[in-house]
Design a binder for this molecule. Structure first.
Ligand code: WT7
Length: 670
C-alpha cells in the first residue's frame, strides 16, 4: 500500500502565513534567483552585517570547466564579515538578546536547560578568549569531538569568532578515524567532553580522544591542548548504571573547561575575515582512499544556510524548531547551528536517542516544547513506525506545521506514516536532498507552496539548477533518468577539499566537464518532480551515514586471516542499506565464529560502530572478469538471494556464482 494519492497539495494549515504560499510564487522567485543571482542574493545579504561591503562587480564568479583552468567559486568577493557576529551580536542588537536560542534536552528526561542569545554570545566570547590564549590564530584548525550539548555550539562559534576553522568529527567515529582526521587537518587544539550517555550506554569520549592523540603522536603530530567539558557529573545517569567514571588528564596538555572558560572575559572583538576565508571543514567518505575534508567558506555559506532554513522550514518568529541530527554531520552544522541562529530562531538541542527512556521520546519532546518544525531521518521514521501508533497519538502534536526528512531517499510507506500519524495530515513534508558538499538543501519542496509526492525531493531551491545527464554526458530534457549534476554553483557549495584541490577537481568535475557531479542518480517525472534514486558510485548509505565499499574492504583485508574482501550494499528495512561483506580467507586462515567476531570488532575500531557489517559471508572465490575486476553486480544479487544474475559470460570462472549462492549464511535472510 504505497500511496492512495500520488500528489499531496500543501494544506491550508501550512500555507496560511507562509513566506511562499503558491507554486507560481515559488516559480517566480526561482526564475529571478537563476536569472539574476547577484540581485537575488544581494538583497538577502543586506540583512547581514558586512564590515566591508562586497564589490558589486565581483559579487559572483566561478569556473566549472577544467578545460578553462582551475575550478573555483567565489561569492561576495571583497566583503569582510564575521559569522559569529551575524549570528549573535547582530541578533542581540536587533532585540533578541533575551530570546531562547536553544532549549537543551538531555539524554535523561530530568536533564534540561536553556540558553538565550545574549548568554550564548558571552559564552562564545569566553571560549574564544581561551582558544586565543592557547595560541589559536586565524586560519588554524581546531578539532572537535562532542556530544549534543550546548558547549558544542559554543565551540563552533568561538572558532568562527577568531577566524579559526573548526573540524568537528562525529563522536561515533573510532579513535583511529578521528586520529586520521586530526593529522590530515593539522589541528593542535582539540575540544571534547569527558563522556556522554546515549540511552543507557556510556560513551567515554575523552578516552577515545586520548587514544586518538597517541596515534597522532605516533604519526609525528602533537595535539598541544585538549579542552575537556565535565559533562557526566552534571547529568542523571540511567537507572542501574555505575555513577563512577574517572577521566584521565595529562598535565600540561589537558585542561578542564570549568577551570578555564568561566574565568575568561565575556567580550571578544570579532576577527573580520574575508568572504572566501574558510569557516569550517567537515570530513565525508570518498569512494576511494582517505576521507575528504570538505571546506566551506564564510559569506556564501552564511547566506545559503540562512536562506534555506528560512524558506524550507518556513521558520516564523515564534516557532520552535527541532532538528534531531547530530552536530557531527553537515545537517547538524547547517540546520542545528548556522541556519537557525542566522534567523534568530529558537531550537531544541537533543542529546538523547528516539528510544530512551521509551519509544515515545521524540513525541514527548515535541509536545513539551510545542515544536513547530521537526526534522529527522528516514531511518528513525522507519524504526519508529514499527511500534504502536498509540505511542505517537498519546502526545499532543498539534503544534507541528512542517516535517523534514534528510539523509537518504524516503520510501513512500515511511513518508505516508510520517504524514498521517505524526503530521495528522495537516503538515507539509519537506524531503530535503543535499550533501555535505552542497552546504545546504538543493532539492526540496517548500512548505505551503509546492505540492508533494511521497518519496520525491521535488524541486530545486532558489539559485540551484539541476541537470540530468546520460552516460554520454548528453542533457536529458523532460522526463527521464540520469546523473544528477549542476552547471553553476549556489552560494553554499563547498569550495575545495582541504589541502587537495586536485582531488576536488578529479572527484567532482572530471566525469562531466562543466558540471558539479553529485554522485547520485535522479529521475524527472512527467510533472517535473525530481526523485533522487541513490548513489551511482561505490558508496553505501547506512542509516544516513555515507561510506564507501572501498574503505570497508580495506579495513577487512587488514586482518591477517583475510586475503580478499568485497562489500556491497543490501537493502535493509530500517537502515535503508546495510553492509554485506564477502571474505576470502588466506591459505592458512579459517572462516569461523572467531574470525567473524574479530572482523566486526575491527571495523568498529577502525571506522566506527555504525559501520559494523550485518552479514559476512565466506567466499572461497569472488566473481571476477578475465581482467580481474570484481563483478559487484553479481554480489549484490547474492546478497538479496536473487538468482536472476543476468549475463555472466565475462566471468573468468562461472562456477563461482553457484558456490556463493550455496554458501549464503543462515543469518543473511532474503
Ligand atoms: C548523500 C549525502 C544531506 C545531509 C546528510 C547526508 C543521500 C541525502 C537525501 C534525500 C535521497 C539523499 C544522497 C547524497 N541523500 N538526502 N532527501 N533523498 N538521498 O550528507 O553524508 O554528505 O550524504 O546522502 O545519496 O549524495 P552526506
Amino acid at each position: 500500500m504505497p500511496s492512495e494519492k500520488s500528489v499531496y497539495e500543501p494544506s491550508a494549515h501550512a500555507s496560511k502565513g507562509a513566506y511562499v504560499t503558491s507554486l507560481p510564487q515559488y516559480q517566480q522567485m526561482y526564475r529571478r534567483s537563476v536569472d539574476d543571482p547577484e540581485g537575488f542574493w544581494g538583497e538577502i545579504a543586506r540583512h547581514f552585517h558586512w564590515e566591508t561591503p562586497a564589490d558589486p562587480a565581483r559579487f559572483f564568479r566561478y569556473n566549472f570547466d577544467v578545460a578553462k583552468g582551475p575550478i573555483f567559486t567565489k561569492w561576495m568577493d571583497g566583503a569582510t564579515t564575521n559569522v559569529s557576529y551575524n549570528l549573535l551580536d547582530r541578533n542581540v542588537r536587533n532585540g533578541h538578546g533575551d530570546k531562547v536560542a536553544f532549549y537543551w534536552e538531555g539524554n535523561h528526561p530530568d536533564d534540561y536547560s536553556r540558553l538565550t542569545y545574549r548568554k550564548l554570545l558571552e559564552e562564545v566570547c569566553r571560549l574564544a578568549n581561551v582558544l586565543k590564549s592557547r595560541g589559536v590564530q586565524k586560519g588554524d584548525r581546531v578539532a572537535v569531538y562532542m556530544p549534543m550539548i550546548l558547549e558544542a555550539v559554543v565551540t563552533l562559534l568561538a572558532c568562527a569568532r577568531i577566524g579559526a576553522v573548526h573540524s568537528l568529527v562525529f563522536a561515533g567515529f573510532s579513535a583511529d578515524s578521528f586520529a586520521e582526521r586530526i593529522v590530515d587537518c593539522g589541528a593542535r587544539v582539540l575540544v571534547t567532553a569527558d563522556g556522554a550517555w546515549r540511552g543507557d550506554k556510556l560513551i567515554a569520549l575523552k578516552s577515545i580522544c586520548d587514544q586518538a592523540m597517541s596515534k597522532c603522536a605516533a604519526d609525528g603530530h602533537n595535539v598541544e591542548t585538549c579542552l575537556v567539558i565535565g559533562h557526566l557529573g552534571r547529568v542523571t545517569s540511567p537507572k542501574g548504571a555505575s555513577q563512577r567514571h574517572k577521566t584521565p588528564m595529562t598535565v600540561g596538555r589537558d585542561i578542564w573547561w570549568h577551570d578555564a572558560v568561566p574565568q575568561a572575559s565575556s567580550s571578544c572583538y570579532p576577527e573580520w575575515v574575508r568572504a572566501e576565508d574558510p569557516l569550517f571543514m567537515l570530513y565525508t567518505s570518498g569512494s576511494t582512499g582517505k576521507p575528504k575534508g570538505v571546506l566551506h567558506t564564510t559569506a556564501g555559506y552564511l547566506l545559503y544556510a540562512a536562506t534555506t532554513f528560512k524558506y524550507v522550514f518556513d521558520y516564523r518568529p515564534d516557532d520552535v524548531y527541532w532538528c534531531t541530527a547530530d552536530v557531527g554531520w553537515i545537517t547538524g552544522h547547517t540546520y542545528v547551528v548556522y541556519g537557525p541562529l542566522a534567523n534568530a530562531a529558537t531550537s531544541v538541542l537533543f542529546e538523547g536517542t528516539p528510544f530512551y527512556p521509551d519509544h515515545g521520546r521524540f513525541w514527548s519532546v515535541v509536545e513539551k516544547y510545542r515544536v513547530t518544525q521537526f526534522y529527522t531521518a528516514p531511518t528513525a521514521i522507519r524504526a519508529l513506525m514499527k511500534f504502536d501508533e498509540r505511542l505517537v497519538k498519546r502526545h499532543d502534536l498539534t503544534s507541528l506545521r512542517v516535517l523534514g526528512s534528510v539523509g537518504e531517499p524516503i520510501n513512500p510507506e515511511a513518508w505516508l506514516w510520517y504524514y498521517r500519524v505524526v503530521g495528522g495530515e495537516r503538515c507539509s513534508i519537506v524531503d530535503t536532498f543535499w550533501q555535505t558538499e552542497t552546504g545546504g538543501h538543493v532539492l526540496t519542496p517548500l512548505p505551503g507552496a509546492t505540492p508533494m509526492k511521497p518519496g520525491a525531493a521535488g524541486f530545486p531551491f532558489f539559485g540551484v539548477e539541476p541537470v540530468l545527464l546520460d552516460e554520454g554526458g548528453k542533457e536529458i530534457i523532460g522526463e527521464g533518468e540520469g546523473y544528477l549534476v549542476f552547471p553553476r554553483p549556489w552560494p553554499g557549495l563547498m569550495r575545495t577539499l582541504f589541502g587537495n584541490h586536485d582531488r576536488y577537481e578529479l572527484t567532482y568535475f572530471t566525469k562531466f566537464p562543466g558540471y558539479y557531479c553529485t554522485g547520485d542518480g535522479a529521475k524527472r517525472d512527467a510533472d517535473g518532480f525530481l526523485w533522487v534514486t541513490g548513489r551511482v558510485d561505490d558508496m553505501l548509505n547506512v542509516s544516513g551515514h555515507l561510506m564507501s565499499t572501498a574503505e570497508v574492504e580495506s579495513v577487512l583485508t587488514e586482518h591477517r586471516g583475510v586475503a580478499e574482501a568485497a562489500v556491497v550494499a543490501k537493502p535493509h528495512p530500517v537502515k535503508g542499506e546495510c553492509l554485506y561483506c564477502f571474505v576470502t580467507v588466506t591459505e592458512d586462515g579459517v572462516f569461523d565464529e572467531r574470525l567473524l567476531r574479530e572482523l566486526k570488532q575491527h571495523v568498529r575500531e577502525r571506522i566506527g560502530p555504525f559501520a559494523q557489517p550485518d552479514v559476512i559471508q565466506n567466499a572461497p572465490a569472488l566473481p571476477k572478469t578475465r581482467s580481474g575486476k570484481i563483478m559487484r553486480r553479481i554480489l549484490r544479487k547474492v546478497a538479496v538471494n536473487d538468482r536472476d544474475v543476468g549475463d555472466v559470460s565475462t566471468l573468468a570462472d562461472g562456477t563461482v556464482v553457484e558456490q556463493l549462492f550455496a554458501m549464503r549464511p543462515p543469518d543473511a535472510a532474503a
